[in-house]
Design a protein around this ligand. Structure first.
Ligand SMILES: C[S@@+](CC[C@H](N)C(=O)[O-])C[C@H]1O[C@@H](n2cnc3c(N)ncnc32)[C@H](O)[C@@H]1O
Length: 233
């Protein structure tokens, strides 16, 4: 699924590192699962959490309720849903809301002036292709802070990045790094995607990437950034 801050293009670099020492029966946990672009490539016991209610309702409907999403949505329908979200089922609101520029929540109806691309077919294909790979994933919708994690898990964190200046969800980054320290000390194997980290974290992988979008920033020009993976000490 096209999703803001998706890790789809890094999954083949990151997952071999994250899963390298995974033991049989060891759980793989994503507290910030978003578009499920990493966890759909992992097998075994998996827990996908995200605090976005509509998004998790959508994944639930797709994976466990056999929901077949619409193959196309008109601009009028898009607007009706955008401005009257409470009148529509949450899973539909998410499906429509995320088919916007940059995979960003209701950021505008995507239409191709040359008629070469059908964004709704692409959205439908992308999402329905993921669904068979998500069967059996345990879904959870709450703050990562309240997430119950099985003993000795592998935890992959892809939180909202701190690098940009515009904040919209008040994510507390210091509290997040503290939580990572605690989870690591409790015996979990914690991996974090970020651009930078406090000094007691070590970078174990990095790769330059062009981003046109960042989780918090609005309308920033494309810029070079370095994707990194960190572990505690
Ligand atoms: C960068 S995105 C994850 C993208 C995902 N890895 C992918 O490849 O599709 C960050 C996610 O964190 C979620 N989020 C933000 N604050 C959160 C919190 N306190 N607890 C749980 N999830 C949160 C957002 O809803 C968003 O889906």
């Amino acid at each position: 699924m096209k999703y803001m801050g998706s890790k789809a293009r890094f999954a083949k670099d990151l997952l071999p590192i994250i899963l390298k020492d995974r033991q049989p029966g060891q759980a793989y946990v994503e507290p910030f699962a978003g578009g499920m672009n990493m966890i759909d490539k992992v097998d075994g016991i998996r827990i996908a959490n995200d605090q976005h209610e509509e998004l998790m309702a959508m994944w639930h409907a797709l994976i466990y309720e056999n929901w077949d999403p619409p193959k196309s949505v008109s601009e009028a329908e898009y607007r009706a849903i955008k401005y009257n979200q409470e009148d529509y089922p949450k899973h539909l609101v998410a499906y429509v809301g995320f088919n916007s520029f940059g995979g960003k929540w209701f950021a505008g109806y995507r239409r191709d002036k040359q008629g070469k691309r059908d964004y709704w077919s692409e959205h439908y294909r992308n999402i329905t292709k993921q669904v068979p790979h998500l069967e059996g994933v345990q879904l959870s919708c709450q703050s990562y802070l309240n997430l119950e994690i099985p003993k000795n898990s592998i935890i992959y964190c892809d939180p909202p990045y701190a690098a940009t200046t515009k904040y919209r969800d008040g994510f507390n980054h210091e509290q997040f790094w503290d939580w990572c320290r605690q989870q690591s000390k409790a015996g979990h194997h914690v991996f974090i995607s970020e651009y930078k980290a406090p000094e007691d974290f070590t970078c174990i992988w990095e790769k330059g990437a062009k981003t046109t979008f960042s989780w918090h920033a609005e309308n920033l020009a494309p810029k070079e950034s370095v994707e990194r993976l960190f572990v505690y000490r």
